[in-house]
Design a protein around this ligand. Sequence first.
Ligand code: GTP
Ligand code: MG
Length: 307
Amino acid sequence: MEEKKEVSKEEGYRSGFVALIGLPNVGKSTLMNQLIGTKVAITTPKPQTTRFQIRGILTGPNYQVVFVDTPGIHKAKELFNRLMVEQAVKAIEEVDGVVWVVDAADRRPREEEQILEILRRTEKPTILALNKIDLVKKAELLPVIDFFSKLYPFRAIVPISALERDGLSELTEEIVAMLPEGPPYYPPEMVTDQPERLLAAEIIREKLFMLTRQEIPYSTAVVVEEFREDPEKKVLYIQAVIYVEKDSQKGIVIGKGGQLLKKIGTLAREELEFILGKRIYLDLWVKVLRGWRKEERLLRRLGIPLV
Ligand SMILES: Nc1nc2c(ncn2[C@@H]2O[C@H](COP(=O)(O)OP(=O)(O)OP(=O)(O)O)[C@@H](O)[C@H]2O)c(=O)[nH]1
Ligand SMILES: [Mg+2]
């Protein structure tokens, strides 16, 4: 009897990979963090925050969803941006299902066309998540739902607010229903496969994005060079380099009397100490790597996971 029970439990288990895709800044990373209940991906008010695929794992009583957060799809000119968009397209091709996140408060039908083309080509089961409904009136939402329902054969259209956690259980239900039956891919307690040193680099980049303007956030990349426990001092020692494209940008990132760099470092250290639950010594440097966004050789040297 015992054995039979086990088998029927396995049969009802669903698991699979689900890509979160959409235009830049629509709330993909916010949604992933809220769905799994932990900050795995950085989020900022600026577009093109996410630069590569990041996995977040949600394990329920009879399902496991492996979310793949992706960079925003946009008309990319520069090599680095083209590789970012490629990451998103590749994710769509590799997953079991897709959640297309749209900003209900900032519709961009012409740019959305690029995403529709990819969906039509790959024919993956797709759910539309109409996000940021906290910013729109109910009456304005109905024509948007109507528009999308005629546009593409979505599995479901779910209005949500990732920020206010509105509609997320309905969305989760639809996502699970889209998955094939099968056993989990990861242990149930795991929320991401992202190494801690990569998370550290991302958290530093988040602070950079928040505290700098114009082209500066886009001209920077962060690499963690050292990440080790110092048992004597009982701290986690992290040495990271912020790469900029030009000398002039180096001065801006450091700031008057080193003020800005200090602020970036303090904010990043405090958040990392909270997430990792350890005391941290963060040693932050700024270096110039001319034209790093334009050369594959330099991107590879930075170790940005853009294969
Ligand atoms: N009001 C409101 N804001 C939201 C909601 N979801 C996300 N945001 C905000 O939208 C901005 C962008 O969020 P992200 O999660 O970084 O967006 P993204 O789609 O991952 O952006 P990229 O990585 O740049 O493509 C942030 O300022 C979020 O706080 C929402 O439901 N309501
Ligand atoms: Mg993002």
